[in-house]
Ligand binder design. Structure first.
Ligand SMILES: Cc1ncc(COP(=O)(O)O)c(C=O)c1O
Length: 394
């Protein structure tokens, strides 16, 4: 049963009245609190009332909130534009040597977590070790077998964008640590929905944008970088908020060539912040915090489980089969692996997509499969409604 707390949470999202929204893997619905925060920011900037000092305070409060969200220290958080920005910040800052290698599974990764490594390969002559997917899952054993003494780094998604299985990151990080390999995660599909603890995951860096599980703006994100790792890195790009600035000094003061990098991940901050994006995501974080991500994960996993059972009972081809640890907030129907984003590989799935869309269900097609993705604003009635629609035709 959906509890009162989740019903109240849902009431903040006008978008739930516009059909059944199951596409957070594309973008999350925005709550009215975020709309209000953006409107207030714009109102202040439209007049003369905006204060940069106040916005700086909000930046630091948001940094603390991001840190709390993933169990990190605030100095381990940098502000970024998106997922790619965070990955490129790391990729561009490592001192690579020819013959180093990076392990990844391009077959399952979003291009955001592939191009930065292609670029490192082209610029620095490193080797990319591509591990094939295992039935739609990131093959942890395959990653482990690919590690050798020239492996510098492995990069995976916490949850793939299609077919959306949860990666067993702790199993991989255990071995990466033993072998001195840095582990980076693209957490675009999990943060804000699945509880995230960087210590339990054992990762060295994590990158995310705010338009999906963090129910706010595009063009805004954060990078977690473990302090001990960040302190080894010389950022590829440098700007005023990347250097250690004495509290007494104005933000425009030039330190000089003997500057020191800002502590830990702050060295990746760069120039002016996206103040409107910060205001938006702070409002979103406050709202998410009212439920807490452990409760959100529990709610969402219970909905996914209900939906998985419904799909299987209707005889539908659910990727990954029965519910298990691989099932988080994304369910995919059809045969995964095709390159299509607008039509499914299977005509029966295209027909189903048409029916669902006509019935007001918002979902996506990614890599040839129908992708349903859930957040805390979804409820059991919506799940049952979708299961009923898909079952009708079987
Ligand atoms: C797994 C994954 N990574 C990254 C992104 C987006 O990357 P960026 O924020 O850099 O555009 C998405 C979706 O948009 C995604 O699903």
């Amino acid at each position: 049963m959906t509890s009162d707390r989740f019903t109240t949470f849902r009431s903040h999202f006008p978008g739930v009245n516009d059909g059944v929204f199951m596409s957070v893997a594309q973008r999350g619905l925005m709550p009215v609190q975020v709309q209000d925060a953006i409107a207030q920011h714009v109102a202040k900037r439209t007049g003369v009332g905006w204060s940069k000092e106040e916005s700086f305070k909000l930046v630091e409060q948001t940094r603390i909130a991001f840190a709390e969200l993933v169990n990190a220290h605030p100095n381990e958080i940098a502000f970024t534009k998106n997922v790619s920005d965070g990955l490129n910040a790391i990729a561009g800052s490592i001192r690579w040597a020819p013959g180093d290698n990076v392990i990844l599974c391009p077959e399952l990764e979003h291009p955001a977590n592939v191009y930065p490594w292609y670029n490192v390969a082209r610029r620095h002559g490193i080797e990319l070790r591509r591990v094939p997917a295992n039935k739609g899952h990131v093959d942890i054993n395959g990653f482990i077998e690919a590690i050798d003494n020239r492996t510098r780094l492995a990069s995976v998604s916490t949850v793939t964008f299609s077919p959306g299985f949860v990666t067993d990151v702790p199993a991989l990080s255990l071995v990466c640590r033993e072998r001195g390999v840095r582990l980076i995660v693209d957490a675009a599909q999990s943060v804000g929905i699945l509880h995230t603890d960087v210590e339990k995951l054992g990762v060295d860096a994590l990158t995310v944008a705010t338009q999906k599980g963090l129910i706010s703006c595009y063009g805004m994100g954060f990078l977690y970088c473990r302090a001990s790792f960040a302190e080894e890195l010389k950022p590829a790009s440098l700007a005023r908020f990347s250097v250690d600035l004495d509290e007494e000094k104005h933000e425009t003061a030039l330190i000089g060539e003997d500057f020191t990098y800002a502590p830990a991940a702050r060295r990746f901050d760069g120039g002016n912040y996206n103040y409107i994006g910060v205001a938006a995501v702070k409002a979103a974080l406050d709202l998410l915090q009212e439920l807490g991500t452990p409760a959100i994960e529990k709610h969402v996993r219970s909905l996914s489980d209900r939906m998985a059972r419904g799909f299987l009972d209707a005889g539908l081809p659910l990727c990954g089969g029965r519910s298990g640890p691989h099932l988080g907030n994304i369910l995919a129907l059809g045969k995964s692996g095709g390159g299509r984003h607008y039509t499914a590989e299977d005509p029966a799935m295209n027909k189903l997509h048409k029916i669902l869309t006509e019935e007001g269900v918002h979902l996506a097609i990614r890599k040839g499969v129908l992708r349903f993705s859930l957040h805390a604003y979804n409820n059991e009635e919506e799940v049952d409604q979708v299961v009923e629609i898909v079952g009708r035709d079987q």
